[in-house]
Design a protein around this ligand. Sequence first.
Ligand code: MSP
Length: 516
Amino acid sequence: MNAPKPFLVTTPIYYPNDVPHIGHAYTSVAADFVARYHRQRGEEVLFLTGTDEHGQKLQRAAEAQGTTPQDWVDAMEPKWREVWDRLEISYDDYIRTTQPRHEEVVKQILQRVYENGQDDIYKGSYEGLYCVSCEAYYTEDELKEGNLCPVHDRPVEFLKQENYFFRLSAYADRLLEHYAAHPEAIEPESRRNEVLSLIRGGLQDFSISRTSFDWGVPLPWDPDHVCYVWFDALTNYLTGAGYGSDPERFDRTWPANIHFVGKDIVRFHAVYWPAMLMAAGLELPEQVWAHGHLLVAGEKMSKTKLTGIHPFELTDHFGVDAYRYYFMREIAFGQDGSFSWESMTDRYGADLANGLGNLASRVLAMLASNYEGVVPDPGADGAAHARTLPGLADDVARRYDEAMVQVALSGALAAAWELVDAANKYLVEQEPWVVAKDPARADELAGILYASAETLRILAVLIAPIMPGTAERLWEQLGMTTPLAEQRLPEAARWGGLEPGTTTTKGESLFPRLDG
Ligand code: MSP
């Protein structure tokens, strides 16, 4: 029997010419949220990330530091991994484009396309206006104010090169056919429309080699040329899936289910990349999901513009889980958004400390004071005392699932927080602290506390992919003995999973008061 295909999800591989900022982390947190969710559904997941270490931009960054590109990327790459580790990004493989295993795949793909019998790689010359930061040519009407790169606001350079070209122009019709047959292949729709009009506007061949510098993978048939950094970088997805090193795993794993990218690099992923794959005779990714940008003063946050905020500046204050939650909840996935210290503080207070945190501490405190922490049996009237909570929990879990499958990340969290709010409201209305004073109402108290503890258990399961540390702590406080990591959706979110008799503990509050 063949093992099912793993769910392959990727982030872009980042340029380690500088340290990460919260814009880069935005992509990685989103991909991690989705990867963890799919693991929770019991799927095998392959989650890839890495660093894009070749190209002129890297070479120049190294020169500016008076060092070699290899020493520079070796010094920078750990600063990226350090951030991913702190943010609990649960990647399964990390591809550095300078790894021999990857360089080997780049050479194999180049050779495969070179020899595909369609003359898809040919020698020619090209001159034009080039942005080193994008590593791409622009036409004059794409530029801002005549000579500025539309992404980086930096002057483009005139560059003339004799290069090898990839015959992208031959793929326009096939790309259009593919996207007509697979409307879900580019999300959101605005990006899909943008890509379609780009293709309809006519595609130009692009050069896939450079001779002006040597920091890259040499072309196998003409080593005076190094491979264009985007051709090299996109190929990382194949390296991670086992192309060349483990054909059996590759066959089982490819194609990618979701490539997460920022909207600035959608054309590389939704035009160049599928054409390269077609030329190599490989399957196309199922979906490219292009999210919006984090903006500062209305512009894309960027190191080049000195607007980058390092993730640790926020995690040191708010904690890792609050950080992860905030960005995924605050900005509708696919749209641009702004970060502000005020809005993060507000969400921390409303959704986390006073929302989920308060719910957990009230319920656990009441279990402690009334039942020595032991979850009571809700008894025959349990369902009546639970009121609307079981129905709502079921409905929320269903809507959360639907949203996650559609990568409506903010919507999924909004659904989960309906349950948080409803449970807090339930406690206010049921007043278990009043009920507790009347021995004749013991059944009612048991019913209320069981229902609210069970709601917490379901919430721990639902928040596990976005707030893994908090979910674990809550799980432990609830006294659950089966590991949270083994809880499978959708079953684990069904009402009634909490066993009466379980011993809970009122531990540290989930979201401590913020300093200052
Ligand atoms: N190396 C290429 C990707 C190659 S993938 C085969 C690259 N690297 S990058 O470091 O410049 O950017 C990587 C990702 O970070 C992109 O998805 C980009 O959109 C994202 N972000 C960088 N700045 C961002 C914001 N201000 N906001 C949101 N995402 C941003 O491109």
